[in-house]
Write a protein that binds this ligand. Structure first.
Ligand code: AAT
Length: 292
């Protein structure tokens, strides 16, 4: 550990640790679920850390939040009812609310401290909460979805932390079963699905489960996020039985002139070309994911 630097050390990426220079620690607290920290870094703006793991930085959050949201929402026409699991910082909400067809957004975040800290230190991310279509539920996403009425959502976005700690069950089969039940026929899910460089075994398990549960299509996409372990992160995108969804060819675009959009500023990362490209996999990953 280098004095004055934050190093992200975890058994989920043994033998390596990405470090950022710390200008100032702005917040440190312990919630019912995890340690919460915010610091000002020298080169990535403010950083949100949960249990020693980076959740977002101001500089590169766009790459993650825009992709985890627009990959599913631009793959179907006129999404109306959207559910977000996790994502307490509000960044995914900010992106969902760019879609003018959306009428109702539920979010279920387990940790109220993440919501409060984000509103205080990350106003440009937490701006997502200002949309009147958003309904915030504080609680466990697993229990929330289990209790959700069947066939309700057009899209479910699982913006979850890593499977050590409160998010563990969000990577397990019963959770994916609840997701499938809560979606309408031909509805879509996009879940945070870790790194092809570090977590091929986790990805393999997710793919196996999803192929059994989602009778529409099952795809893996990825993006670059410099401050996430190995600098890349992936998403599992699936659809339920019903009207077919071709995730690789977006059918829905984001209208830059829409009033919902003007107030948020332009997209920084997502465009239709990068949407299609995100599904191209390196050979070593393709071999494992497409064999499943
Ligand atoms: N958008 C920032 C990126 C995240 S945030 C993940 C969120 O999931 C956290 O706020 C955490 O409190 C919440 N969470 C964890 N478990 C649950 C649960 N069971 N129910 C609801 N919310 C939950 C993800 C960063 C990925 C990091 C990659 N290394």
């Amino acid at each position: 550990v280098i004095p004055g630097w934050f190093s992200e050390i975890s058994p989920m990426w043994p033998g390596e640790a990405h470090s950022l220079k710390v200008e100032k620690v702005l917040f440190q607290g312990k919630s019912e679920y995890q340690n919460v920290m915010v610091f000002q870094s020298s080169t990535y703006g403010k950083v949100l850390v949960l249990d020693g793991v980076i959740q977002l930085t101001e500089r590169d959050e766009c790459a993650y939040q825009e992709m985890i949201t627009h990959l599913p929402l631009c793959s179907i026409s006129n999404p109306k009812k959207v559910m977000v699991i996790g994502g307490g910082d509000g960044g995914v909400l900010r992106e969902v609310s760019r879609h003018s067809s959306v009428e109702h957004i539920d979010i279920c975040e387990i940790d109220k401290m993440v919501v409060d800290v984000s509103k205080q230190y990350f106003p440009e991310v937490a701006v997502g909460y200002e949309d009147p279509r958003v309904n915030l539920h504080i609680g466990d996403g697993v229990a929330f979805l289990k209790a959700a009425p069947e066939g309700t959502y057009d899209a479910i976005i699982v913006d979850s932390s890593d499977p050590i700690g409160p998010a563990q069950e969000l990577f397990e089969k019963p959770f994916f079963e609840s997701v499938a039940k809560a979606l309408r026929p031909g509805g879509v899910v996009c879940t945070q699905a870790e790194s092809i460089w570090l977590h091929m075994h986790i990805i393999e398990d997710i793919v196996t489960n999803c192929r059994q549960i989602f009778k529409g299509s099952v795809n893996y996409a990825w993006t670059t996020v410099p401050t996430y372990p190995s600098g890349v992160i992936g998403f599992m995108l699936c659809s339920t039985e019903g009207p077919p969804v071709d995730f690789k060819h977006p059918v829905n675009s984001i209208d830059a002139n829409d009033s919902h959009n003007k107030s948020k500023g332009p997209l920084k990362f997502y465009n239709p070309e990068i949407h299609t490209a995100a599904f191209c996999l390196p050979s070593f990953a393709k071999k494992v994911i497409e064999r499943k």
